[in-house]
Design a protein around this ligand. Structure first.
Ligand code: ZN
Ligand code: ZN
Length: 280
C-alpha cells in the first residue's frame, strides 16, 4: 500500500507538476498542489493561437540543453525515436484539422543545440526568457508562415516569483510565448534510474506543455464539449488524456509506457481535446 501510494504521488506529480504557467509553480504536497493549480493563469495570446491554426504551414521545434542536462534522444528500446512521440502528437492535431503543416522535430542529439550558459541552481521565468531570447527565439515569422517552439533543458530548478526554489516543477511554459523550459534534475529524480520511464515522463511532459501552448484546454482554443476541469485550470476531465491534471497511479502509468514503448505512435490527447482543435 505504501508503495502504491508513493507511485500515486509520483504520477500525480508527473501530470500535475508540468507546471504550466509563467508564474505558477507546484508544491510537494497534494494540499499545496491543488491550491497552486487553481492559481494557474496561463494564456497563450489570441494572436499566436490564430496564427497557429489559420496561417501557419511550418512548425519547428528547437531544442537547447545545458551540459549534463541533455534530453533523451535517439531510440530507446525498439526502432522508433523517442521524440517521435511529440512529433506524432503534433501531427495528429493538424491532421484532425486537415491543415497542412510541415513539422520539424529534432530526434537525435546532433539536431539539438548545447548551450554554454553557466550552470546555476535556480531559474526564474525572466532568466529563462532572456536566455532563449538571446538564442534568437521568435514565436513566429509571418513572411514564411512559420511557428517556432523553443524547448530548453536546464540543469537546475524553477524559482517562482516568491523567489523560492521548487524542486517539484518539471517544466514551465512561459505565458503567451512558445518557450518551454524543462528542469532535468526533476525528470531524473522521477525516473529514478529507470530510463524507459524517464523517456516517457519527458515526452509526455512536452506533449502536455505543447497542448497548453497550442490552446488547451479552453486556453485560446474553445471547448466543443464540456470537458474542462475548471477546478484545475486549463486541464481536461478525461482521465485518459494527457491534459488530465493528474493520473491515477501505477496501472495507468505502466499502460501509457507500454503503449508508447511498443508502437511509438501513440496519441496522448483524448478525443475531446482533438475535437476542440478540429473545430477551432
Ligand atoms: Zn498543465
Ligand atoms: Zn483532453
Amino acid at each position: 500500500m505504501v508503495f502504491r501510494k508513493q507511485l500515486n504521488f509520483l504520477f500525480s506529480s508527473i501530470l500535475v507538476l508540468l507546471a504550466c504557467s509563467f508564474a505558477s509553480s507546484c508544491g510537494g504536497s497534494k494540499e499545496i498542489l491543488e491550491e497552486q493549480v487553481l492559481n494557474i493563469n496561463k494564456k497563450q495570446t489570441q494572436d499566436n493561437i490564430s496564427f497557429f491554426f489559420k496561417e501557419m504551414n511550418n512548425l519547428e521545434i528547437k531544442v537547447y540543453y545545458q551540459e549534463s542536462s541533455e534530453p533523451y534522444h535517439g531510440s530507446g528500446q525498439g526502432n522508433y525515436k523517442t521524440w517521435g512521440l511529440t512529433e506524432n502528437n503534433l501531427k495528429k492535431i493538424f491532421e484532425e484539422r486537415e491543415q497542412e503543416v510541415t513539422l520539424t522535430v529534432p530526434k537525435d542529439l546532433d539536431e539539438m543545440t548545447k548551450i554554454t550558459n553557466p550552470v546555476q541552481d535556480n531559474w526564474s521565468s525572466a532568466q529563462i526568457s532572456n536566455v532563449v531570447t538571446d538564442l534568437g527565439h521568435s514565436d513566429k515569422t509571418t513572411e514564411d508562415k512559420k511557428g517556432t517552439f523553443s524547448i530548453i533543458f536546464l540543469d537546475g530548478y524553477f524559482v517562482g516569483e516568491d523567489n523560492i526554489e521548487n524542486r517539484n516543477v518539471i517544466a514551465v511554459s512561459l505565458n503567451g510565448t512558445n518557450i518551454i523550459a524543462v528542469f532535468k534534475p526533476v525528470i531524473e529524480t522521477m525516473a529514478d534510474g529507470n530510463e524507459r520511464l524517464g523517456r516517457f515522463v519527458e515526452q509526455s511532459t512536452i506533449v502536455h506543455e505543447m497542448g497548453h501552448a497550442l490552446g488547451l484546454v479552453n486556453n485560446g482554443v474553445g471547448l466543443t464539449t464540456p470537458h474542462q476541469d475548471e477546478e484545475h485550470g486549463a486541464h481536461c476531465t478525461n482521465t485518459d488524456c494527457v491534459m488530465y491534471w493528474q493520473n491515477e497511479g501505477r496501472e495507468n502509468l505502466v499502460q501509457f509506457v507500454q503503449r508508447f514503448m511498443t508502437s511509438g505512435n501513440v496519441v496522448l490527447f483524448g478525443d475531446e481535446c482533438l475535437q476542440d482543435f478540429k473545430s477551432f
